[in-house]
Design a protein around this ligand. Sequence first.
Ligand code: T46
Length: 132
Amino acid sequence: MHNEIMALKKITDPRGSLVVLEQGQGLPFAVKRCYFIYDTKGDAPRGFHAHKTLEQILLCVAGGCDLTLDDGKSKTTIRLDDPATAVHVGPMTWREMSNFTPGCVLLALASDVYDESDYIRDYGEFKKQVLS
Ligand code: T46
């Protein structure tokens, strides 16, 4: 399982900053899908699922949120609030996103197309599968 905080390549000049994720330059998989979450509510957490096979890169391009990752044995919470820092979330990791700031935009780069059958949305079922 790969859950890893990634420092992204950032190019800053007097005009501002540019962050790049590029195949062969630290992107750990071929990206087949991109989506973003916005208009979030601070008191409306999201996620509460794991993926059987999907890998994703998650980062907040604006604002911030807490990302809690659970591999079935331990939980860790990461504050995502830097557009130049991403988290690589591997398969069989329960994730929850909460405490969104106003204006938060959470960007996801995914290793595969959307497939609801790849989701495990029941925590008991996740624990059973991840610990077996
Ligand atoms: C994840 C976290 C970080 C689609 O139709 N296509 C898509 O590509 C996605 C991602 C979602 N959907 C539909 C499925 C649901 O009817 O959009 C609706 C909301 O999705 P969900 O409740 O899964 O959203 P989150 O924020 O709980 O989770 C999402 C991703 O689904 C998930 O893969 O890891 O963001």
